[in-house]
Ligand binder design. Sequence first.
Ligand code: ARG
Length: 591
Amino acid sequence: MRFPMKTVEQQLSIEVRRAFREAFPDVDLSRAALDVVPTSDESHGDYQCNAAMGLARDLKRAPRDIATAAMESLGAAEAIDRVEVAGPGFINLTVNTSWLAGHLQALEMDEQLGVPAVGAGKTVILDYSGPNVAKQMHIGHIRSTVIGNVLDRLHRFLGYHVLSDNHLGDWGTQFGILIVGYREFRDEEALQKHPIAELERIYVASSNRCKTDDAWLQSAREELVKLQQGDAENLKLWQLFLDLSMGEFESIYERLGVSFDMVRGESFYRDQLSDLVAAMEAKGLAVESEGALVVELEKEKLPVCMVRKSDGGFNYATSDLATIRTRLEEFKPDEIVYVTDERQQLHFRQVFAVAEGLGWKALLSHVWFGLMRFPKTFTTLEGQTVEVEKGTISTREGTVIRLHELLNEAEVRALAMVKQASPDMPEDQQRDVARAVGIGAIKYADLSQNPQSVVTFTWEKALSLEGNSAPYLQYAYARIASVLDRYTATFPASVLEDHPIILQEAVERRLALRLVRFPDAVTRACQSKRPNVLADYLFELAQVYSSFYQNVPFLKAEEGVRESRLRLCGLVAKTLKTGLNLLGINTPERI
Ligand code: ARG
C-alpha cells in the first residue's frame, strides 16, 4: 500500500492556500506562489511562505499587511503552532511538535517512507550509458551510466513505469575499417584478454592504413557496403565485435549495479532510416542541400540538421529520429529522457526540433553534464603510476585509464580503511564492505555534484570520513545499525513501538524536521533530474543525526525516552538506506 498522507511541506502549503483564500476571497490567487519552503535558519521557524511580496502589486497593499491578514486564518491549523510575519512580509511557520511526532510515526510504518507515487500511470523511457562498440567507455559514458541509473531508480520509486534503454553506438562507418583491420592485424590472445583494447588497436591500425593506402580504404568501404547489405560473413564479424564489447560493458554494469530493460542500439533501427527520410522528404520537411538532405531549423535558431549525407549514408540524428518514432509507437511514453555529456546538447536540440516538426508528441528531455576532471597521475592496482593527459579519463583524449582500474583502486583504498576500522572482521566480509564503500565513493563523488558543473575528482574527497562522501553516510548507517543491535541485546523483551515518539530536545525536533523532508527531497531530485538534491539531503540528515548522537544518551536514557530515541535512530537508518540505494549505493550493516 502507498502512503496516503501528504508530505509536511504539502500539508502546510495547503493550509497557506486555504488561509489566503479566506483572507482574500475576491482575489484571483491562481498565479500566486502559495507554497512553503523549509527555512534555512531555524530562528525563522520551520517553514516559510514568501507569497505576500509577489502579491503586493496586484493587491495594491503592503506585503506585511497581506501577510498579516493571511496569518490570522492560518493560526487555527492543527499542524501549526506559531505564525509570525517577519522582515518585508515573510510568513514564518512553526510546526506543532506533537503533530510532527505523529507524522513521523506514520512515516515509520510506510515502506516508501512517505514518498508519494507521483508517477503512477506515467511511462518514462530513460536512454543512458550508450557506449560505442569496439571503443572503451569514456568518462561521458560512465557519468551517463551512473547519473542515468539514479534517474531510473528515482522514477521507479515514485511509481513511474520506467523503460531503461541502452542505446549502443553499434552501427556506422567504423565497421568497414574494423572488418578489414580484423582480418589483417588481430592478435587472438589479446582479443581474449582485453577485447575492447584490442579492437581499438585494430581500428587505429586500420584507419591509419586507410590514410596511406587507397586500395585499403577502398576495401574498407566495400566491406561496409557488404555489411549494410546483409552479407552473412560480415554480419558475423559485426556480431562478434558487438558480443566482445558487450561482454566488457556488462562486467562494468555488474560492478556498478546497473541493468537495462532493453539494449537497442543504433543497429536496431538501421532498416527504418531510408523510409523515415523518404517520409520527411515527402512532407517537405527535409530538403536537398549540396547533395545532402537536411532539415532547416532557422525558425528555431539552430543549424540545419543533416539526415542523409551526400554519399547516401545516414546520420546520428537520423538514427535518433527513427528511435523516437519507434519508441512513441511501441511504448507511448509521456517522456523520453536522454543522459549524455554536454557535447551532445546541439544534437538533441536539433533532433527534438525535427521531431516537433514531424508532429510527434512526447516530452523529450536532455539531461547533460560536464566532464569530470581526474588527478594528473593515477596509481593502478599493480602499483604503476600512469599519467592522465589533460586530467580527464577519456579515450578521445587518448588516455590509458580504464574504468575497471579506477574501481579497483577504489576498492583497494577502501579495503585499507575497513581493515583499520574493523581488524577483526572476517576477510571475506572486509572485501564485501570494501567493494560497497569503494564503488559507493566513486559514484557519490559524481552524484553529489550539480551534474552541470565541472567536477574534480580526488581520492581524499571521495573517501573522506568527515565530509560529504559515501563512506561518511555509510558509516553513519552502520553506526546506527549497531546501536539498534545493542539495544535489542540489552533489552530483548522490549518492543519499540509500544512507546510513542516524543520530541523533547531541540536536537530531536531538528532531526524530526529533517526526516519528514525525505519525500520532498526524492520528488525534487527526480523532477529536477538532479541526483545531488537527494545527496545534499542525505548529507544534511547525517550531520543532524551526528549532533543528535553526540548530544543525547540513547541506551542510558530512561525507559520511554530511550525507545523514542531508538525509533528516531531507526528512521534515520531507514532513510539513509533507502536514499543511498536510490543513489545506487549499498549500505553494509557493519563497516
Ligand atoms: N553512443 C552515443 C555516444 O557515445 C551516446 C548515445 C546516446 N543516446 C542516444 N539516443 N543518442 O556519444
